[in-house]
Design a protein around this ligand. Structure first.
Ligand code: M7G
Length: 397
């Protein structure tokens, strides 16, 4: 019998924090204020007990965006609860399933298994499901992540050492375990619901291999594959059309060919600059990835680089010299977008086998318009990804 747990008491409609993207691809970012998330049974299992308690209402300071003492405003200030509800109403009556109109309460989600977890990153990826009235389960992915420290709140941790438990003391060394109050122990929960098999695979820990893809491989293997199956990019269109995340836009150049929208990435809670993460989504809809770029796209790419940096220094005070600005190859979503992350942040996917610095891409295209239609590109694939199997079948791995 499968054991299950409930993410008890999280109701998307009222507790959703500053992030919604409806229409085919609903995501939620919440700040569950659990003291404790769940009673962990043997690894990979979860208890059937309801979790934590109800969700206390956020304190007015809950989403205060003081960042490293800088007076600069963050991408958005806390949305008052009523405003969030009004926006939910505008979106068809609170959080909807794929835009279909039904309300999603996250307390219905039950954990099936742990897909992956990282003690270092303090993150766990869960395969969950929502049981419908007919007893049918619909898959979801839930990502729980302990949020980084906010510098201005750190003194409170020492000032209010509630339940500070001394674990060990030896000479000049001692270790305490603190049970801080909810406002000092936030956890970010991101939910993908309904999740496809591809989402579940994306987060499952697997063996990874490097692929070296020539232009011919791209045309014969990768392109047909991404045309036949890739993640929905409805969430991108929702942002470009201001149907979602409109209030989060940091900068827009509305030009249909050379313009883009800059928004905080799903991964960033905007509470601190250490893990700053924004994405620029281009307005032009026919550029899938790096492979499609030619010198004709230079004006667009230069706009993204220059205006993106200007907008980030203006809004967040982070200069271009402290930003890592890059494209992924392969991306997960085949609509051209550029990642902007804090240089000091070891963002997922920022390693050499996946990230291509935008400044280098621009130089390469300026030297040779067909650069990305000529050269081989290397990228990692997980062993059970269908694209990896296609490369295997073609004898390329
Ligand atoms: P990618 O290179 O296609 O794939 O990047 P990756 O997710 O494997 O890195 C897409 C980027 O878009 C990622 O950094 C995601 O966190 C971000 N992202 C994905 N979704 C569905 C959303 C969304 O709905 N809103 C925002 N703001 N960012 C998203």
């Amino acid at each position: 019998m499968r054991q299950a747990m409930t993410l008890h008491g999280i109701v998307a409609t009222t507790e959703m924090q500053f992030f919604k993207n409806f229409g085919g691809f609903p995501y939620f970012c919440l700040n569950p204020r659990f003291g404790r998330l769940w009673e962990k049974e043997p690894r990979g299992c979860a208890t059937s007990e309801p979790l934590g308690g109800g969700m206390p209402q956020r304190s007015p300071r809950g989403r205060a965006c003081a960042v490293r003492g800088r007076a600069r405003a963050m991408a958005e200030s806390p949305q008052p609860k009523r405003k969030r509800e009004e926006e939910g109403e505008k979106n068809g009556g609170t959080a909807t399933e794929g835009g279909a109109g039904a309300t999603i309460t996250l307390s219905d989600l039950r954990v099936r298994r742990v897909l992956r977890e990282s003690a270092r990153d303090k993150i766990v990826f869960l395969h969950a499901e929502r049981i419908g009235l007919s007893g049918e389960g619909t898959d979801a992915v839930v990502i729980l992540e302990k949020t980084p420290f906010q510098e201005e709140k750190i003194p409170d941790l020492l000032k209010k050492p509630m339940n500070a438990e001394l674990q060990m003391h030896n000479d000049i060394y001692c270790t305490f375990y603190l049970s801080p109050p909810p406002e000092l122990s936030e956890i970010k929960a991101t939910v993908v619901y309904p999740a496809t098999e591809k989402h579940i695979q994306k987060y499952l820990r697997q063996e990874v291999h490097l692929i070296r893809e020539t232009w011919e491989d791209y045309k014969n293997i990768t392109l047909p594959f991404i045309q036949s199956q890739s993640f929905s990019i409805q969430w991108v269109y929702n942002i470009l059309e201001k149907k979602a995340e409109a209030d989060r836009i940091v900068h827009e150049n509305p030009d249909p060919s050379n313009g883009f929208v800059l928004v905080p990435d799903l991964k960033w809670n905007q509470n601190q600059l250490e893990d700053l993460y924004l994405i620029a989504l281009v307005h032009c809809r026919d550029i899938k990835s790096l492979r499609d770029l030619t010198a004709q796209h230079l004006p667009l790419l230069r706009n993204v680089l220059q205006e993106g940096q200007e907008a980030i220094v203006k809004r967040f005070g982070v200069p271009g010299s402290q930003l890592r600005i890059y494209l992924h190859y392969q991306p997960s979503y085949y609509h051209l977008h550029v990642h902007f992350t804090a240089l000091g942040y070891d963002a997922p996917g920022s390693s050499v086998e996946r990230a291509h610095l935008l400044a280098d891409v621009i130089d390469n295209l300026a030297m040779d318009s067909m650069y990305y239609q000529k050269r081989a590109l290397t990228f990692p694939l997980r062993a059970d990804e269908p694209l990896f199997k296609k490369f295997q079948e073609a004898g390329k791995v």
